[in-house]
Structure formats: C-alpha cells, structure tokens
Design a protein around this ligand. Structure first.
Ligand code: MLT
Length: 400
C-alpha cells in the first residue's frame, strides 16, 4: 500500500469555489423555476477583446501551415510575450527584465507551485482573510502557517509586526477578497521588513489593472529594494478576461539570491527556471500571442473598456450597500465588494439566506479565513443587468 500525503487530511473537504458551485447546483436542481444570479467566483462575463481574438485567429492559421507551425515552445515563454509584459511594466513606471518573466497558465498555478522552492521549516506569514490557494497549497506540502490579521481596525491592511521574524510573506494587493489596496508607504514598510528579515515576499498583483489612482502601486517593484526580496504573480484572467483562455506570469528577479545551509548561493530565478522546465512545457503559442496582443496600446485600451464595465457594476453594488447602510470595503480599486453580513448573520448563513430568498450567490467570507466569518464577498464580474437586478433584490430584502 502506498503511503499517502496525509497533509491532505488537514484540508477542508472541498475547495471553496467548488463548494459554492456544488451548493448552487443543488439549489438550482431543486428550484429550476428560480434563476440564480452568480456573483460568487470572480469569473468574468465580457468576451475577449478584439485584439486578442485577432491574434488567436492568426495564430491558429499559423499552426495550420507547415512553414509557420510551432511545436514545443520555450518553457519560460516566447520572447514576444515576455517583452510585451516588460514593456507594460515600463509603461506603468516599473523596470522589470524580460528574462525575469515566466509565462504560465495563470497565477493560481504559480502561487500554488511556488511552495516547491522553499523548505518546510520556514515561518510563513499569510494574511487572514485572503485567497485560499496560499493556505491550502502550504497545507498540502505540510508547511505550518502563521496568520496576520486583517480586520476592520486596520482597514483589512495588516502591517508587519517588527518584533516577529518570518521567512516567507504572502501579500495580495488589491486584496482578494477585501478589495483593500496598500499604498506606497505601506508597501515600503513590508519591503523594508522583508529585507531586514531576509524574507521573501510572494506578491499577488492579479487585480492591479483595477487600480485607478496613479499614486497607488500596481506592482511591488514600484518600491525600492523589492527586486531583492519579492516575487510577483500576475494574471490575465481579470485584466483581459482570460479565465477560460488561461495565461498568467510570474516575475522572479535575478537579484533574489539566498544562501543554502552549506553556504552555496541559490538563485530563485534559476530554481524557478529549473522547476518550470522540468514540470511545465510552456503556455500554448496561440494563447501567448493573444497575451502579447493584450499588452499592445490597442489591447490595453480595449481591455480598459471591459474594466470600466466591471467598475460600473462595482459602483452599483457599492451604492446599494451605502443606501442600505451595510458597511463594506473595496469596490474602487478592485472588482470585489466585501461587506459585513447584515443582522449579525455568519457568512455561510448569509450565503444560504441570499440563495433561498433572492437567488443571489456570493462568497462567504469564512472561506477566506477566520476573520471573514462575518463578512461576505460579491464580485462585479456579472453582467450590468444581472448586477442591477441582484441589487434591486437586495434593496427589497434588506430595506429597513
Ligand atoms: C476568486 O473568485 O477569488 C477568483 O476568481 C479565484 C481565482 O482567481 O482563482
């Protein structure tokens, strides 16, 4: 009998969004006459922009001709895509070398897989609440996690505890699920803390494109010193509607060098390269061409139109909650709105209450950590019409 990875026994039975999908499907099966509005998982509804579609069509045609057909590509990604992303960083005022950029099938895989670069006796700091992949992927490999509390007192933006040493720090900004976003001073404090502790920051910037204040950092590399202490993960899922197309990228600067227990230098860039070339055969040529098109001037403009659409939805949700006097966070530099469950409900009770009474599906805060147990997350990724309809139902349900 094989010995199994018993760390899996420490996980909840199912992944948060699978559980929500399961409960929603069970409800719909029982009540086929009551259509459900889904504002739970952050899955986009706008189609791919024209630039991406054009690049996809052209690439498919290339694959059909022997002169332009492509087999395996570079595991790190095609130069065209890496260069386009480096140029996108530059456009936002940040220098990132193209050879520090690794193209992948999304930030979820990379934030999960990155645990492989680290030993198992690190102090790993994870904010609570946060995207569940960080905790679950550490649990799967037997790592112990230390939590730092995000709550109403710190506006869900926890800051380092300078009396505590940690080795690996997860930060997601704009935050999933709270929508809170660190400013430059706050991020600088995290970078300084990481440098003092010789720690690594794993920075998830999947929602950077939602930042509309030019003063707020869209990348950790906007902060001096970050190249010596931070890996950044980013995704086209939300920026360009690639949830089904799949493409993301991870930046591992060459400056990230640490010392092994026997005194040898270890480069995280070289390790990630070794990991990817061993276990990943690269993102498809077709998808990478679409990704490169997204970062052209025209692509950025077209994506912005979709982002504006979702921002308008976020405003509809925020305005409704304001009217109903339900306290909330997010919704400005983020597609997520994080609100306090009304009438003292806990978050799973709130989930059932909304599903049963108004057929609106959201995400219970408890799925993001202990501190989320009295909060609830809605996304602005629905259609405008369904968002307005969901909010009309909220108004009827929660009118005082
Ligand atoms: C979410 O709803 O939190 C995200 O869509 C999940 C993800 O990006 O994997």
């Amino acid at each position: 009998m094989p010995k199994l990875n018993e760390n899996y026994l420490q996980l909840k039975d199912s992944y948060l969004f699978s559980e929500i999908a399961h409960r929603t499907a069970a409800y719909s099966e029982k009540h086929p006459d009551k259509p459900v509005i889904r504002l739970g998982i952050g899955d986009v509804t706008r189609p791919l922009c024209e630039c991406a579609i054009k690049a996809l069509h052209e690439s498919v045609d290339e694959m059909g001709q022997s002169a332009t057909f492509k087999g395996y590509g570079p595991e790190q990604g095609y130069a065209k895509t890496r260069d386009a992303i480096a140029a996108y960083y530059k456009r936002n005022g940040v220098e990132v070398d193209a050879d520090a950029i690794f193209i992948s099938d999304g930030a979820k895989s990379d934030t999960g897989n990155i645990t492989e670069l680290f030993g198992h006796d690190n102090v790993i700091l994870i904010p609570d609440p946060v995207y569940p992949v960080y905790v679950d992927s550490n649990t799967m490999c037997g790592n112990k996690v230390t939590y730092i509390s995000g709550n109403a007192d710190n506006d869900f933006l926890p800051m380092p505890d300078h009396s505590q040493h940690v080795d690996v720090i997860y930060i997601c900004s704009p935050n999933n699920p709270t929508g809170a976003c660190y400013n430059k001073e706050q991020l600088k404090e995290w970078v300084d803390y990481a440098l003092e502790n010789e720690a690594v920051i794993l920075y998830d910037s999947a929602y950077e494109a939602f930042i509309s204040d030019p003063e707020l950092p869209r990348s950790i590399y906007a902060i001096e010193g970050a190249r010596k202490c931070a890996i950044e993960f980013c995704s086209l899922s939300k920026t360009a509607g690639f949830t089904g197309t799949r493409c993301g990228y991870t930046v591992v600067p060459k400056e990230l060098v640490f010392t092994s227990s026997d005194g040898r230098k270890m480069s995280l860039n070289a390790m990630w390269n070794r990991r990817q070339s061993t276990k990943y055969n690269g993102t498809s040529y077709i998808v990478q061409n679409a990704a490169a098109a997204i970062f052209s001037e025209e692509g950025i403009k077209e994506c912005q139109e979709n982002l504006n659409y979702y921002k308008k939805n976020a405003k509809v949700i925020a305005d409704t909650l304001t009217e109903l006097q339900i306290p909330f966070y997010g919704g400005i530099h983020s597609p997520y709105i994080w609100f306090e469950c009304p009438n003292g409900m806990d978050s799973w009770t709130c989930f059932d209450y909304l599903l049963e009474n108004i057929q609106v599906v959201g995400t219970p805060g408890a799925g993001f950590g202990e501190n989320g147990k009295n909060y609830f997350r809605l996304t602005s990724f629905g259609t405008y019409e369904s968002t307005v309809e969901a909010m009309n139902r909220f108004k009827k349900l929660f009118a005082k």
